[in-house]
Ligand binder design. Structure first.
Ligand SMILES: [Zn+2]
Ligand SMILES: [Zn+2]
Length: 460
């Protein structure tokens, strides 16, 4: 293809389909760089005009025909030239593809409306999404296939880029493709826009200082929330929940419309949570504020829920981290069965002492000797939840051991030469000679259900 072919092709298209500068230029969008489609269209029409003007001197009819085609498509220089030469101007035709909707003034108007609405929101970045009606696409397809155009650009990309640039200039904020805080969906054809405010994520840890507060609202078992005599018409089994104690103050501060609480697992309602606390991610829906110092939120929660819960380590998070929190689901606890044969007879009294003394205690373990070659030597502190014991014979005991994931159970039994403390051997003062281990149960952090997971995917 040589250069005249592009111009001739453009003219051929125009002589059948009246196109605006924009829609004509878009058919040649992959040619040239640093110019926009409107400029491409205008340039093509300008050359056609210059050629037509020259042609008038040799072949008036042909030149005139070309000027009329250009004028019909709304190209003002052609209309002016016709008038100057003393000819009537032809009727103007709407652009075959966009019907004249693709126009900078319209882009500007709709963008400004969206920007105005956004002034109520705090955000750092955004993304523009554009809706193109099917009939517009279909008409572009007609032109593309009829002239076998391979240099065109998708109309959606074209308009998205134009509007993004305009909004970016006005707002001075970044365009974010992966995780935008705000999505502005624009339909320039129906002049409708929509603002999608994406959720805000806050990571933190909670300690639960008092029993009888469930993690999420616990509805009355009789009425399922409608209210009945049994629940004193509250609809609830417990009046409060950890999620509400954390979520409600956050909704208020961030001017969000709702929240979703995601805990890294959950404890029993009658258990308390101490230590560094349980991680969670709070998802705030449709927040108007995003630039809040999280110390303010932390103070508000801890003040309002004083004596009940306490949050710490609050920081801004992401959907990605939420997904990790939900799907990596570390093992919370493992329950083992260990049949242990000891060197000497097992003393019943000593055994029952162990059982009562080894409830909810922390076991300190240096990396077991048997794995030292592969693992770095370090001290681990893991929780032992409980031990049950049942004598099989005078020297053999069947233990049921429930412990935090990661606790080395064999070493808990034999003490690993003093590297695990305390140990059953140490407390029983009896050396195990044979240990048979079996895992009875593995408890993992709750994971998302299939449908929730799908929702998560679709939202991102
Ligand atoms: Zn057009
Ligand atoms: Zn009830």
């Amino acid at each position: 293809m040589n250069s005249t072919d592009i111009v001739e092709l453009a003219y051929k298209i125009l002589s059948k389909y009246s196109l605006c500068d924009y829609c004509l230029g878009r058919q040649f969008a992959t040619l040239g760089y640093g110019i926009n489609n409107m400029e491409r269209g205008k340039a093509l029409k300008t050359i056609i005009l210059m050629n037509a003007h020259r042609l008038m001197k040799e072949n008036v009819e042909e030149g005139l025909e070309r000027l009329r085609v250009l004028s019909t498509s709304g190209f003002t220089p052609a209309t002016k030239l016709l008038e100057n030469l003393g000819y009537d101007k032809p009727d103007q035709k709407q652009c075959f593809i966009c019907e004249g909707y693709l126009d900078r003034v319209r882009f500007r108007d709709i963008s400004l409306k969206a920007i105005h609405e956004l002034s109520e929101y705090e955000f750092n970045n955004f993304l523009v999404g554009v809706r193109i009606p099917t009939h517009i696409r279909e008409r572009e397809d007609i032109v593309r296939s009829e002239y076998m155009i391979t240099t065109g650009e998708d109309i959606k990309e074209d308009i998205t880029r134009e509007i993004s640039r305009f909004i970016q200039k006005e707002l001075g904020k970044t365009i974010e493709y992966k995780t935008p805080e705000i999505v502005i969906i624009v339909d320039v054809f129906s002049e409708i826009y929509e603002i999608q405010v994406n959720p805000l994520f806050i990571y933190g840890r909670y300690r639960k200082l008092r029993k009888d507060i469930p993690q999420t609202p616990w509805y009355c078992r009789e009425c399922w929330g409608r209210g009945c005599v049994k629940c004193n018409y509250t609809g609830r089994e417990y009046p409060e929940s950890i999620s509400e104690l954390i979520g409600n103050p956050a909704v208020e501060i961030f001017e969000a419309i709702d929240f979703k609480f995601h805990g890294a697992g959950r404890e029993d309602v009658d258990a308390i949570v101490l230590g560094s606390g349980r991680p969670f991610v709070l998802e705030l829906k449709h927040p108007r504020k995003r630039f809040i110092d999280l110390k303010i939120l932390e103070e508000k929660i801890n003040h309002e829920a004083a004596g009940k819960i306490e949050v710490s380590e609050l920081r801004y998070s992401s959907r990605k981290e939420l997904r990790l929190l939900k799907t990596s689901s570390p093992i919370v606890s493992k329950t083992y069965e260990a049949i242990v044969e000891f060197e000497k007879d097992v003393d019943d009294e000593a055994l029952s002492k162990i059982i009562s003394g080894m409830n909810n205690i922390v076991i300190e373990q240096w990396t077991p000797t048997r794995v030292l070659k592969r693992r770095v030597d370090k001290l681990r502190k893991k929780k032992l939840y409980n031990i049950k014991a049942e004598k099989v014979d005078s020297r053999t005991v069947k233990f049921t051991i429930k412990a935090q994931g990661g606790l080395y159970v064999k070493e808990l039994i034999d003490g690993d030469g003093g590297r695990t403390k305390p140990s059953i051997m140490e407390l029983l003062e009896n050396k195990p000679v044979k240990i048979q281990l079996a895992i009875l149960e593995v408890e993992r952090l709750e994971t998302l259900s299939e449908s929730e997971r799908r929702d998560e995917e679709e939202n991102s």
